[in-house]
Design a protein around this ligand. Structure first.
Ligand SMILES: NC(=O)c1ccc[n+]([C@@H]2O[C@H](COP(=O)([O-])OP(=O)(O)OC[C@H]3O[C@@H](n4cnc5c(N)ncnc54)[C@H](OP(=O)(O)O)[C@@H]3O)[C@@H](O)[C@H]2O)c1
Length: 325
């Protein structure tokens, strides 16, 4: 059997990407071979092409931090041939071979069953970005209804922010989206934003305690905006930070924490527990199910054209769905 994969190697400080046929190894106990149906180019997969990012620590590496497909062969009592499954994060595509490959060998505990109510394609339309958005929305809601709540989402037209805007709108929140250009306002409103503001306004310096403005913030940009938003979040509410598009550092004081009891919640999709992942994907298959998943800016490419797409597109161009035939 052949297993065509896109393999990255490091040569003279440059990343070389080539399609290769990989050896077909027998499965060890607890391993499952997945025939890939869909994968995606995520923000991290683009970073993986920049050696200084150190996203990939050892070469050769097959990138692709998330993928869905069918069980081809199983050496696990938990999975049977033909099961529809998916993986997000957990070091696939960075520390062990990931989804840019016709077949991927997966440890049984890393593999999730596609919930009833979602297809293999929908699971990857959601992917890591959508899962990160779901973790953020869940953190911001902290078991309360979001109906009528004023929630800010940073990260413009990106995958995380687009999914967050759609989920929050579905849950009845009043959503404000922050983008670097108002040219993106029509798109953001079409997916559920009630208001659109310029991201640069979030960088203007604030007093340690500004006027309370938000019932929650889904923050994919990080940087100084994060520190500023801590001063504007309402009493007891949460800023959920998942990204660093705008920078890694921010300044803050303790005052919003000790006088308003606010929370700054870090969001990590990579090592979120399987229990948390399944609970959120199950929700996204049912009460959080989005009928407008196709509205997210998401280019579709065939696996054969992935190398060209990966090498020629730069960061910040949104998510790409990779289709295997
Ligand atoms: N914690 C986790 O588990 C996790 C998981 C996935 C992603 N992330 C992180 O979340 C962030 C967003 O990821 P993504 O997948 O949504 O990325 P993406 O799809 O590439 O989207 C990035 C979007 O952010 C806006 N943007 C770009 N550069 C910016 C800047 N310097 N300042 C402010 N906004 C900027 C742009 O929208 P506009 O042009 O409309 O402003 C762009 O479309 C990244 O930092 C990524 O590393 C974290």
């Amino acid at each position: 059997m052949k297993n065509k994969a896109l393999i990255l190697n490091l040569k003279d400080e440059k990343i070389i990407a080539e399609y290769e046929n990989m050896a077909w190894k027998p499965l060890e106990k607890g391993e499952v071979r997945v025939k890939t149906a869909f994968s995606g180019i995520n923000f991290k997969d683009r970073l993986a092409l920049i050696p200084e990012s150190r996203v990939i620590r050892k070469y050769p590496m097959v990138p692709g931090i998330d993928f869905s497909g069918y069980v081809e062969e199983s050496n696990s009592s938990q999975f049977n041939q033909g099961d529809q499954v998916f993986v997000t994060g957990l070091g696939y595509g960075t520390d062990r071979f990931g989804g840019f490959s016709e077949y991927v060998t997966v440890k049984e505990n890393d593999l999730c069953t596609v919930p009833d109510g979602l297809t293999l394609k929908e699971v990857m339309q959601i992917g890591t970005a959508g899962f990160t958005a779901a973790l953020s929305v869940d953190a911001v809601a902290s078991d309360e209804s979001l109906k009528g709540k004023e929630i800010l989402v940073t990260g413009g037209t990106g995958g995380v922010s687009s999914h967050a805007v759609m989920l929050l709108s579905k849950l009845g929140a009043s959503v404000t989206a922050a983008t670097r250009t108002l040219e993106h306002a029509a798109y953001l409103k079409s997916i559920g934003a009630d208001e659109v503001i310029l991201f640069e306004t979030l960088l203007e310096k604030r007093k340690p305690l500004s006027k309370e403005r938000w019932d929650g913030v889904v923050d994919a940009t990080g940087g100084e905006a994060t520190g500023n938003l801590l001063t504007e979040i309402r009493y007891g509410k949460t800023v959920a930070v998942s990204g660093n598009l705008s920078g890694a550092k921010f300044s803050a004081t303790v005052f919003p924490f000790i006088l308003r009891g606010i929370r700054l919640q870090g969001i990590d999709s990579v090592y979120a527990t399987k229990e948390k992942k399944m609970s959120l994907f199950n929700r996204m298959a049912r009460e959080w199910k989005l009928s407008n998943l196709d509205s997210v800016i998401c280019k579709e490419v065939e696996f054969e054209n992935l190398k060209e797409e990966l090498l020629h597109e730069t960061q910040g161009n949104g998510r790409v769905l990779v289709i295997f035939r």
